[in-house]
Design a protein around this ligand. Structure first.
Ligand SMILES: NC(=O)c1ccc[n+]([C@@H]2O[C@H](COP(=O)([O-])OP(=O)(O)OC[C@H]3O[C@@H](n4cnc5c(N)ncnc54)[C@H](O)[C@@H]3O)[C@@H](O)[C@H]2O)c1
Length: 251
């Protein structure tokens, strides 16, 4: 069940955190892996680590997802090395928090450029290749901040809500080419991005009190959902956003 043997998967923002957890899981399930992020050395290191731990091939490719030339080159290098792309995970993302009235235009632009435009550019370039094979799985890492309000997160909330409806739109357009498009919406996950919460005991306890499972998620919790959505067992699921949040948003 949920085997990804002989599939080719590209994961953006995969040198650490949730992206790395996803890459490890997809490799364990048998996929060849492209580790993509903003630092080539980190990508190479992570790719080597993952290839060594699993009997698969992995390469690292530097790519800023907000830059169309770099995105096109990421997909071209993937096809050059592996012949095709089966799975794209749009994971790269940043968060900037400030009160709505003080939020700076340049921060709004960088959050939207990386989180939302990045998912658009990567999905567009990957879908063109996937169409050739009449097969593909596109999975974007949104956030529960795209489903409910997160204080001081105007740009982040807007970018993640954008991903959720872009997911539905792409799912409709690409269904005829047997390309599934889904999103995963994590709650609080322990990664470098959330160090500011994890290290603040009072803030952490307040947050955990609102989470029925009373613990932060781990990258492996998100990777479990991504592996399922990337597998052929999820062929009839498209346009959906699966919250993986320990029940945070259900009450
Ligand atoms: N950690 C959480 O609690 C949480 C919750 C909900 C959603 N998310 C989402 O999960 C994804 C991964 O987050 P994380 O917690 O692992 O964060 P992280 O900061 O640990 O990892 C994000 C990765 O994205 C990369 N990145 C940043 N800008 C990039 C760009 N322009 N091009 C390519 N890569 C870029 C970073 O270098 C980093 O490796 C993000 O989209 C984030 O919004 C995280």
């Amino acid at each position: 069940m949920f085997s990804l043997k002989d599939k080719v998967a590209v994961i953006t923002g995969a040198r650490r955190g949730i992206g790395k957890g996803i890459a490890e899981r997809l490799a364990y399930a048998g996929a060849d892996i492209v580790i993509s992020d903003i630092d080539q050395e980190d990508c190479d290191k992570t790719a080597q680590e993952i290839a060594d731990a699993n009997s698969i091939q992995a390469i690292g490719v530097k790519c800023d997802v907000s830059n169309k030339d770099e995105v096109d080159s990421l997909i071209a290098k993937t096809v050059e090395k592996f012949g095709r792309i089966d799975i794209l995970v749009n994971n790269a993302g940043i968060v900037k928090l400030d009160s709505f009235t003080e939020f700076r235009e340049e921060d709004w632009n960088s959050v939207l450029d990386i989180n939302l435009k990045g998912a658009f550019l990567c999905s567009q370039a990957a879908a063109k290749e996937m169409k050739k094979n009449n097969y593909g799985k596109i999975i974007s890492i949104a956030s529960i901040a795209g489903l409910v309000a997160y204080p001081n997160g105007s740009a982040y909330c807007a970018s993640k809500a954008g991903i959720i409806n872009l997911t539905r739109e792409m799912a409709v357009e690409l269904a005829g080419n047997k390309i599934n498009v889904n999103a995963v919406a994590p709650g609080l996950v322990e990664t470098p991005m959330t160090r500011f919460v994890m290290q603040d005991k009072e803030k952490l306890n307040q947050t955990l009190a609102a989470i029925p499972w009373n613990r932060p998620g781990q990258p492996s919790d998100i990777a479990n959902a991504v592996q399922f959505l990337a597998s052929d067992e999820a062929d009839y699921i498209t346009g959906q956003t699966l919250a993986v949040d320990g029940g945070w948003t259900i009450q």
